[in-house]
Design a binder for this molecule. Structure first.
Ligand SMILES: Nc1ncnc2c1ncn2[C@@H]1O[C@H](COP(=O)(O)OP(=O)(O)O)[C@@H](O)[C@H]1O
Ligand SMILES: Nc1ccn([C@@H]2O[C@H](COP(=O)(O)OP(=O)(O)O)[C@@H](O)[C@H]2O)c(=O)n1
Length: 234
């Protein structure tokens, strides 16, 4: 009897959406908009790897030494706010939303994120955030569908040509040269795809969406439709 009442009172089951892909494919913009439209939480896992990298740079950790990175991995407290209309990220109580986007952090994050101790720590954090999201969550990154949340209800893998991705990124970093941006993102994707521990990869059961010729609005509509179809049990 009790279990029947509980079932009747419960809302829809939380929906977990994993969105992975290389840099500049539209993961953050798509994930935020989809989460906002569907009333779900949102987690930018790249921001967490950037935050731990920022903390290590600020603390003078030798980032050419994986054992130094591993030894420091458990020290900073990283907190992510999951409201898609105002996501936040703090390290030991300091708001680092701005400083984690500098070219210095961007160029160093792949070395830090390749260290297994860093990944174990951040993966645990990501799983606990996802488990606490009452209505569900859109989680974006590189290894969400393969490693962090392999049982996600829906997995999306976004792609786009290097040219399109570089043009989008240099549009954001006002005045940045497209060719230089292209080289930097190709280098980062190669490092992220070739590392041993949970590399950037498409899960076997992920839906691949090539966004090269799509507007952001079209990508958002495509993902919202896929989530709604999943919820309807199609
Ligand atoms: N389909 C698209 N067409 C054009 N611009 C896009 C598209 N998707 C995203 N953008 C823009 O490209 C830039 C990078 O997108 P972002 O969501 O940060 O990518 P990622 O999180 O995959 O690195 C942003 O300025 C965003 O507005
Ligand atoms: N799930 C994730 C997310 C990001 N990362 C790392 O964090 C970096 C920054 O991720 P990001 O999503 O902020 O990168 P952008 O594509 O937005 O520039 C990546 O280049 C990876 O090295 C990761 O290893 N695993």
């Amino acid at each position: 009897m009790e279990s029947v009442e509980k079932t009747a009172a419960a809302g829809p089951a939380p929906v977990i959406v994993a969105i992975d892909g290389p840099s500049g494919t539209g993961k953050s913009s798509t994930s935020k908009a989809v989460a906002a439209q569907l009333g779900l939480s949102y987690l930018d896992t790249g921001a967490q790897y950037r935050a731990i990298t920022w903390w290590m740079v600020a603390g003078g950790i030798d980032l050419t030494d994986p054992s130094a990175i591993a030894a420091a991995a458990g020290k900073p407290e990283i907190v992510s706010g999951t409201d898609p209309s105002a996501p936040t990220i703090t390290v030991d109580g300091t708001d680092v939303a701005g400083p984690i986007r500098t070219p210095e952090v961007t160029s160093k994050v792949s070395a830090v994120s390749a260290v297994p101790e860093v990944r174990t720590r951040i993966t645990e954090l990501q799983r606990s955030i996802a488990a606490a999201a009452e209505l569900g969550i859109v989680v974006e990154g590189r290894d969400i569908g393969t490693t962090v949340l392999p049982d996600a209800d829906l997995k999306i893998f976004l792609t786009a040509s290097p040219e399109a991705r570089a043009a989008r990124r240099s549009g954001e970093l006002k005045g940045a040269d497209v060719a230089t941006t292209r080289e930097a993102l190709i280098k980062r994707d190669a490092a992220d795809s070739s590392r041993k521990t949970s590399p950037l990869a498409k899960a076997a059961d992920a839906v691949e969406v090539d966004t090269t010729e799509l507007t952001l609005q079209q990508v958002i509509e495509c993902v919202v439709t896929l989530v709604e179809e999943k919820r309807a049990g199609k």
